[in-house]
Design a protein around this ligand. Sequence first.
Ligand code: DGL
Length: 273
Amino acid sequence: MTNQEHPIGVFDSGVGGLSVLREMRALMPNEDIIYFGDQGHVPYGPRPMEQIQDFSEGITRFLLAQNSKIIVVACNTASAAALTYLRQTFPDVQFVGMEPAVKPAAEKTQTGKVGVLATPATFQGALYASVVERFANGVELFQNTCSGLVQQIEMGNLEGNETRKILEDALHPMLEKNIDTVVLGCTHYPFVIPMIEKIVGEKVRVIDPAPAVAKQVKRLLEAGGMSNQNGGELRFVTSGEVQSVKSILKVLLGIDGEVEPVTWKTDREILNR
Ligand code: DGL
């Protein structure tokens, strides 16, 4: 197998990274992709940074052992906690990570008030602080961690009352402050954009960074001569329950795919079951 034919490795704490995978598929339908959902540890958001680094390192080693040619950290939380660490630990590997899209939000807002939805670890990390410092000049940011929303989305509950209540509690106070832009700083949240739009109305812009991330992956592959024209296979791996991941794949992507189980041996080491 040539390097071009190697898969793209993608990971998230759970199904959130599928919002990025979806965009990558649309843009690069001939790439093989291996997707790792760490359902055994979801959610990452409330966990200590060091632990998220360990998980991210273990998953990266696993994806590299499957010959991944590039690693997409399709998780804001893992990017916040571990991207710098991963780049230091694997200096020969190309990584694409996520950061809350404060820059485009700050460029587009008319009211100068922007809502950001992300996990506690993302808000605590140095990455977010640096994005705010660089791009949010003169713009007021209102943050909310939407506690419990990741778990609802993992269960496929995109429209139920719990999901609605979490989002209303987060967004109503922001609307009172006159926000006109909402940044989705967690890759799980694009799956509830219809609900978010219902709550905020059509005058508020919702920014999902997934298309930009997919474009960046494509650019890097092309620049490195690593694009694949002959693939298109998807592999799904989970550290959680195969059946529930299978059914959520159906709900979120309409895909009837096989899901391969793995087990964590330690916080940094994965066993193929
Ligand atoms: N999808 C995630 C993110 O982008 C992680 C959510 C979580 O596990 O808390 O931040």
